[in-house]
Design a protein around this ligand. Structure first.
Ligand SMILES: [Zn+2]
Length: 303
């Protein structure tokens, strides 16, 4: 905003205000995306704002998701004084060798913001199986930036959630409420603490084989549960970014679908993500957030 003071010949002063500040366009969720032919391109978000008016925004989406190529989405924001700002987002559509679903459990945490920045920088979507811990604002960011927010556990307390089915559902409903309050959306995407193959539940369930019951019951109630077929081992023996990276990339074949287990409460695991993405993109994979219909990598149920 520029203020111009005008003086007339009789020295009476008057003031007019000239708006010379163009609107601002902020890209939400990265300014370059890599997607697979045939994927659904949900319109990536922008926020446009201006210091003196609500800007008018025009979007030209040139992406042909049915055909390989490098495309652009162009954005033009114009304010009331006709100041104009342009922005563009690149969308690369490839015929991938395979698909990687990066998944992060137990957050959000102090490491989640840096992880979101890394995902955005690479134009990659991931999935967060969240808990009752961490900042609401981080779950909001996960959602707003186009990632999948799934449910893990409110308490993550095995002795409580696996003591009986009522406890399991009370805990899941609590984290559902939390997510719904933050994102405005109900989600049907879940991951059992410990995965569906966990045996820790047998310590607490009094011999009722609670996992066998729960895998059926969650499906009956409309939930889709997801396990993994690559374990980064970041909750086990891997305690450095190098180990996490090696565990993940050494398990990737030349194609196929992979659900990768990581934890965004582990800073060294978050530190490995940039290199994992580079490796995946260089080897022709696309990265996607999980949808209800995605490959679920179900484990055998042992309890
Ligand atoms: Zn967990």
């Amino acid at each position: 905003m520029l203020t111009v003071t005008l003086l007339n010949s009789r020295s009476n002063s008057g003031e007019i205000v000239v708006d010379t500040t163009p609107p601002v366009i902020e890209m939400i969720g990265g300014d370059a995306l890599t997607m697979a032919v045939g994927d659904v391109l949900e319109e990536p978000r922008i926020i446009a704002y201006d210091d003196s008016s609500i800007p008018k925004v025009e979007i030209e989406n040139h992406v042909n998701i049915t055909q390989e190529g490098e495309y652009k989405i162009n954005y033009v924001a114009t304010d009331d004084a006709d100041n104009v700002t342009f922005a563009e987002r690149e969308v690369k559509v490839i015929r991938p060798s395979g698909r990687i679903y990066l998944t992060f459990d137990d957050g959000p945490s102090d490491s989640t913001a840096a992880l979101l920045d890394t995902l955005n920088k690479n134009g990659v979507k991931a999935t967060f199986f969240v808990t009752g811990y961490g900042d609401d604002a981080l779950i909001k960011r996960e959602h707003d930036e186009g990632h999948t927010v799934g449910l893990h556990s409110m308490s993550h307390n095995y002795s409580y959630i696996y003591a009986n089915k009522n406890n399991y559902w009370a805990d899941l409903n609590a984290v559902q409420d939390r997510v719904q309050n933050i994102t405005g959306q109900h989600t049907n995407i879940i991951r059992f603490p410990g995965g569906s193959s966990n045996m820790v539940s047998s310590v607490y369930d009094g011999g009722q084989r609670i996992m066998s019951a729960l895998v059926n019951e969650v499906s009956e109630r409309g939930y889709a549960y997801f396990d993994w077929n690559i374990d980064s081992d970041d909750a086990g023996g891997a305690t450095t970014a190098d180990e996490v990276y090696n565990n993940v990339v050494s398990a990737l074949g030349n194609g196929g679908e992979y659900v990768v287990l990581q934890h965004d409460v582990k800073p060294y695991s978050v530190d490995a993500v940039d290199r994992i993405i580079q490796y995946g993109l260089e080897h022709g994979f696309v990265f996607s957030g999980l949808k209800e219909s995605s490959f679920a990598a179900h484990h055998g149920v042992n309890n």
